[in-house]
Write a protein that binds this ligand. Structure first.
Ligand SMILES: *Cc1c(COP(=O)(O)O)cnc(C)c1O
Length: 370
């Protein structure tokens, strides 16, 4: 059986280091807001080349807190609009609506599955305050046009970097491209904790300071509350695990890249569309870190059955678009044909950094036999 992603196999590679990290935290007697968090924040900010990193309880909170902080700064107000890709994971929208702002959905480019930049300008209204870019499936979503548009209309760019830690655009990494970024360390992400975790990155000192206060009950000084904040902190034990795993993120991304190259080179079935990575840079500067390897076919369900019968587990990212979810019933009438078609056709093949070449070959030959 080839599992979609075996977290056990991934973390087994670092078992000794992880156990030592856990023991250090247990023995320290200090479990929140301590040395591990401080060290992880410094190491992650070094890694992405960004001035400030603030740990949060999860990726959704990271995005929620960025928007909350802009509201506290007086830059966003309830009812304002944020442009967001229609085919993203629902968390991107939840961060917006939870703050009382309105997500304005934009269709993806059908080759990259990332925001179609050409459609952006027509979606901007006097109430538009930001564009949330999502580096979906691990592929950087950025362009000079996007920067110019944000400049022209004075919009913030918020990166949802839950899926693309380690990806680059020119000389910068994702998480350091926009005004602020949210990271997720959900166990299955490219940098996964052994539980929930997240972070905000930014070069804006004021924003970082407010995010930190908001995530700690709106408090800067114990028992003095400046905001109606929430409790969203990254535990010491998760920070300690993440410090171990961050040291291996580049080599894991490199293995993902090797597997993706094998799939791209050797999968050859008619009626099957392979990912179309933007001109890939080098191993040192990848524009795609292959969080997911997503193929598209009109025979998706049959292909998934075929793979299942041959003991290969696949997943669908995502089976239902956010605007078709019950949670967003108000958006049902929206017509987003590219997004809707994608959700019926996409299939994610296993692309775990712990996969061996034989398993990769087995996936390739089984897909090709379809
Ligand atoms: C995983 C994910 C999130 C949310 O992260 P959590 O840590 O699960 O809260 C947000 N956006 C995208 C695109 C994601 O993939």
């Amino acid at each position: 059986m080839i599992p979609f992603l075996s977290l056990k196999d991934i973390n087994a590679q670092y078992a000794e280091e992880l156990k030592a990290a856990a023991a250090e935290v247990i023995d320290s007697g200090w479990y929140l807001m301590g040395k591990q968090l401080q060290a992880f924040e410094a190491e992650l900010s070094d890694y992405i080349g960004c001035k400030y990193v603030v740990g949060t309880a999860n990726g959704l909170d990271a995005l929620r807190l960025i928007i909350r902080a802009y509201k506290e700064m007086g830059l966003f107000q309830e009812g304002d609009e944020i442009i967001v890709p229609a085919n993203t994971y629902i968390a991107s929208l939840l961060a917006i609506t939870d703050n009382g702002l309105r997500p304005v959905l934009v269709e993806p480019d059908i080759q990259t599955y990332n925001l179609d930049f050409k459609q952006l300008e027509s979606k901007i209204t006097p109430r538009t305050k930001a564009i949330m870019v999502v580096h979906l499936y691990g592929q950087v979503c950025w362009s000079t046009e996007l920067e110019e548009l944000a400049e022209k209309y004075q919009l913030k760019i918020i990166e949802d970097n839950a899926q693309a830690i380690g990806a680059w655009w020119k000389d910068k990494k994702t998480g350091n491209l926009g005004d602020a970024a949210g990271f997720s360390f959900y166990p299955g992400k490219n940098l996964g904790a052994l539980g929930d975790g997240g972070a905000v990155s930014t070069n804006d000192a004021k924003l970082a300071e407010i995010v930190r206060a908001l995530g700690n009950y709106g408090s800067r000084k114990k028992y003095h509350n400046d905001y109606q904040g929430l409790n969203s902190r990254l535990d010491e034990i998760q920070a300690a695990f993440l410090r171990v795993k961050l040291r291996h993120t580049d080599e894991e991304n490199k293995r993902r890249d090797e597997i993706a190259k094998l799939y791209l080179e050797h999968i050859s079935t008619v009626n099957l569309i392979l990912p179309f990575p933007q001109k890939t840079l080098t191993y040192d500067h990848p524009s795609h870190v292959w969080h997911l390897f997503v193929i598209r076919t009109q025979h998706r369900d049959k292909l998934q059955d075929h793979l299942r019968k041959h003991n290969i587990q696949t997943l669908i990212h995502y089976p239902v678009a956010p605007h078709q979810q019950k949670a967003y019933a108000g958006y049902f009438h929206t017509s987003l044909p590219v997004t809707e078609a994608m959700h019926c056709e996409v299939l994610s093949l296993p692309i775990s950094p712990a996969m061996g070449d034989q398993e990769v070959e087995q996936v390739i030959s089984t897909v090709n036999a379809f």
